[in-house]
Design a protein around this ligand. Structure first.
Ligand SMILES: NC(=O)c1ccc[n+]([C@@H]2O[C@H](COP(=O)([O-])OP(=O)(O)OC[C@H]3O[C@@H](n4cnc5c(N)ncnc54)[C@H](OP(=O)(O)O)[C@@H]3O)[C@@H](O)[C@H]2O)c1
Length: 249
């Protein structure tokens, strides 16, 4: 039986590149997202290997749909890549509804999808898609920073709790990657996101990471790095030592 990877947020950006790279490494991939059309485009990159389920990971019904699509099969890789940056703007303005939705996608989704797939995960790996925003506060990104910080702590606790079940949990900061999320960042006005110009400049000077490169690094992490090293610390695509180890493979 071919090994199965589940990639949330697999319809666009980094998730789409990840699905493509894992398929090229011989995996069967289940991509998850709310919109069916982008998921379908991802499937077309490797129709024999990539399948889709349209589901919202923030809701119990959405997670049930993912569990049903996985069925009884073991999951070798569960990549919690789905994420939302919104709501963007000062915390003074944030509504409780928008705040709760961001946390339900970026934190509750990974926790409760991992929980729902526990019977399928022994022998497998879980990856949390982290961010520099987990470790630094950016004005205008309050919900995103808080949710990514919580996701980082979730990685630390789950890593230690799930080790005895032979489930290996890791975390990755992908750098500033050329995806639709970066397009959304550049559209912001400085009153909503004061650091917007820095991201405009990174884009204009060609300094965004290529999602295919980050996906290749991620596939190496998931499939080739020994389990103890994989979960020992948070990985960063921009860390010189981490990149050296990847290039040396
Ligand atoms: N790009 C960067 O510079 C960067 C930097 C650091 C970290 N990251 C992280 O990398 C991950 C991938 O982001 P990206 O840059 O590739 O941006 P992206 O293209 O916006 O990808 C986010 C994906 O998540 C999906 N998604 C959002 N909410 C969902 C939900 N409730 N249920 C299921 N799927 C959902 C979206 O699809 P639907 O809208 O169809 O649901 C979309 O495909 C995110 O976790 C992001 O925080 C990105």
């Amino acid at each position: 039986m071919t090994d199965l990877a589940v990639v949330t947020g697999g319809g666009t950006g980094l998730g789409r590149s990840l699905a493509k790279h894992l398929a090229s490494r011989g995996m069967e991939v289940l991509v998850v997202g709310r919109r069916a059309a982008p998921l379908q485009e991802t499937c077309e990159l490797a129709p024999q290997q990539i399948k889709a389920v349209a589901a919202d990971v923030s809701s119990p019904q959405g997670r049930d749909a993912v569990v049903a699509a996985v069925g009884e099969r073991p999951v070798r890789c569960l990549i919690h890549n789905a994420g939302v940056l919104t709501p963007i703007g000062p915390l003074a303005d944030v509504t409780e509804q928008d705040w709760s939705y961001a946390l339900s996608v970026n934190v509750n989704g990974p926790l409760f999808l991992t929980q729902a797939l526990l019977p399928q995960l022994p022998g497998g790996r879980v990856l949390h898609m982290s961010s520099g925003a987990a470790h630094n506060g950016y004005p205008g990104w309050g919900a995103y920073c808080v949710s990514k910080a919580a996701l980082h702590m979730l990685y630390q606790v789950l890593r230690d709790e799930l080790r005895e079940r032979d489930i290996t949990v890791g975390s990755l900061r992908p750098g500033v990657v050329d995806t639709p999320m970066q397009g959304l960042i550049r559209e912001q006005t400085p009153d909503r996101f004061p650091a917007v110009q820095r991201f405009v400049q990174l884009h204009e000077s060609g300094q965004l990471e290529d999602p295919d490169e980050v996906a290749d690094f991620t596939a190496w992490l998931m499939l080739d790095v020994p389990a103890e090293r994989y979960s020992a610390e948070e990985w960063s695509f921009t860390d010189e030592e981490h990149r050296r180890q990847w290039k040396q493979q």
